[in-house]
Write a protein of this length. Sequence first.
Length: 433
Amino acid sequence: MSRSVHALIIKFGLVQAGISAISGMIAPIIFLLFMSKGIELHEMGILLAVATISTVALEVPFGALADRYGRKKTFIAGELVLLLVVIGFWWSSSFAELIVFMILNGLSIALFSGTIDALFVEQFKVVSRDGETNLMEAQASVNIFQMIGLAVGAVFSGLIPVWFSFVSDSYDFIGFYEVGFVFLVPLILIHMLCTFYFVGESDSMGEPVGSNFFREVHSTIKSAFDVIVENPVFKPLLLIDFISGVAFISLEQLWQPMLSTLVDSKESLWLFGILFALNYVCMAVGQGCSIPLSRVFKNNYSNMLLVLEFCTGLLFFIFAIQSDLYGFIVVYLLLHVVVGISMAPGSAMFHEKIPESRRSTMLSVKSLIAQGGATAGALVAGYTAHYFSISIAWSIAGFVFIISSFLYLLPSISNLSKDMAIVLNKRFQPQPE
């Protein structure tokens, strides 16, 4: 690996780790913060729905915005909105106020979506040379930084309110769970400055038309969907993203209620935080394992992903029948290891055929499809868990994963994978002395 590629991975890895740590500090305590403000459980569901809908509605237009006007600019705009959201969560005292800031939270996520990822891929292709490293390995390295950042943020989210409880005890306008959000304000500002100074802007921006923003965005989105229609590999890959979103959301949605039946959720609250952090550590471990495992499969990503999706389905069936704490923890963490292994090869296949000028838009479309699947899956999983059981909901998810794994046998995917494998195996085969 050349010095320039290594430096690029470190730079983007640290940017991803920073924003992931900020997100990790929010997610584990956001429900506790809402409860401390008197928000009821059904109101929390409405807040989550509002944030998801605003993200889904804005993600593709803002992906087009990034491609048209600059990916770094769009990312920093997302950080500015996130800063307003963090201050709003701290300041808000009513359900109506929180709805406004959850809409802004969805807007922030939409601005973030795919921008830094697309910028990294673009700059990697500029600095990399044949025979050094491939895109999947580089993305896996950056994703390790991201997962570690999430884990570190999750751990500190539970520690900061305790360590600095004297702040909430001393000031009436700062609640116990709000202490961490106060700390996030300077952290976000520092991260914005670092991103501004150390990350270069995209060289692949579209030509600025300027007269009609909505017409420009519509044109960019239309061209992205034209790419999907013209290239037969994108439709099955996006279908897999949708199905995976439908199935995997049941884990994210129901593991806490299930764990609360195995332990005393009040006395063992630390365990929820530790598991939340460990799942990102496990995904980072999986990212590291993806590189040697891809070589076992001779860089044939479709075969590799078929096996991984099938194993994910089997693990969901095993997870559904766990009745003791240790078995629950082991299978829960194994699931996230397998997810981590799957991320880089799936991403590399998707990136392979994307035109450079439409990369952010296509990544936003990919995220939109996955979130649409997650929204549908959450409704199905919630209904199933309520009227039947959590175990049945996870069994259905396992069945869906096993069936969807065979989509990797479709000719459009398998042929792309074989073509990529030929190039990669030729590039990285040992050179004769």
